[in-house]
Design a protein around this ligand. Structure first.
Ligand code: GUN
Length: 292
């Protein structure tokens, strides 16, 4: 199946984590302290628990300090805001991440905007979103940053390329478009109301799919030779593996797309591993800025 080159995000992320570990060692030697990342989880969402566990584990493996705050699902917004204020004031904490989604009774953007922008390693604070949009020195959301590192590694300069982003979320689509624009791509952002989605996708030299719809982007939506970045992580039934079994698939139909694309990220093992690696990178970045 497929003539496309497979972009190995797992291997790239492993290399990135090694470089981060070396940078952490350098900070420790120079300042006598290691960067610290605080992760806040509210409630018991199973997927979020897995993410938070992995973040903590990889933070420690890279030599940094990890602070986990697990709060009950009934925690009030006021209590959460008080915790954020304490973490903002804590000199051992360089990065703060509040795992999303938060329970419905909490105003997520209010909580995200309470984080000190210099500790906002998710890049979701309105100040960092604004800096990214206006060419300032932003902390950049981890998943789009991971996509950009993979694209630069494969293509070198992205200048003048036509990039199409499928999806307009604050977490991926919008910051991805801003990053690609910063790289001098011509950027089209598509979404659920786009009139001719396959036609827009077919114009892309770089196609980034981030819609959360399993295998939506088909091979005949892709320009031959294009670079395809699949951000989707969708769990679907896999009757071929046995009764009640499931598997992970992306937003791109890998079987047909890999016959047309020049290069493509797999799911799993593509963008996924890059997200946590970029979180560690942002934490080191925040720590350097705060010490420098
Ligand atoms: N939930 C899903 N993706 C993310 C992410 O990148 N950061 C946070 N904080 N929560 C998420």
């Amino acid at each position: 199946m497929g003539t496309a080159e497979i972009i190995d995000g797992k291997a790239f992320a492993a290399g990135l984590r090694e470089r981060i570990g070396a940078a952490v060692g350098g900070l420790k030697a120079k300042y006598g302290t290691v960067p610290g990342l605080a992760v806040v989880l509210v409630g018991e969402d199973p997927a979020s628990q897995v993410y938070v566990r992995n973040k903590g584990k990889q933070t420690l493996e890279s030599g940094m300090a990890s602070f986990e705050h697990k709060l009950d699902a009934s925690t009030s917004e006021e209590t959460l805001l008080k915790l954020i204020a304490d973490l903002n004031a804590d000199p051992a904490v360089d990065g703060i991440l509040v795992q999303l989604p938060l329970p419905d009774h909490i105003d997520s953007q209010k909580v995200l905007d309470a984080i000190d922008p210099e500790k906002d390693v998710d890049g979701f604070h309105v100040v960092n979103a604004g800096r990214l949009a206006t060419g300032g020195d932003a902390l950049v959301p981890c998943t789009p940053l991971g996509c950009l590192l993979l694209l630069r590694d494969r293509l070198g300069s992205l200048s003048g390329k036509h990039a199409v982003v499928v999806g307009r979320s604050n977490i991926v689509g919008k910051p991805m478009a801003a990053l690609l624009l910063r790289e001098s791509c011509t950027v089209t952002v598509t979404h659920s109301r786009t009139a001719d989605l396959p036609g827009e996708c077919r114009r892309a030299d770089i196609l980034v799919a981030a819609v959360g719809r399993p295998e939506m982007v088909k091979g005949d939506w892709i320009k031959p030779g294009a670079t395809v970045i699949d951000v989707g992580i969708n769990r679907v039934d896999a009757p071929e593996k046995g009764d009640g079994k499931t598997k992970l698939v992306g937003d791109v139909d890998f079987a047909s797309a890999s016959d047309v694309a020049g290069a493509i990220t797999p799911v799993p093992g593509g963008v996924g591993p890059m997200t946590i690696a970029c979180l560690l990178r942002n934490t080191v970045e925040a720590a350097c800025r705060r010490r420098g």
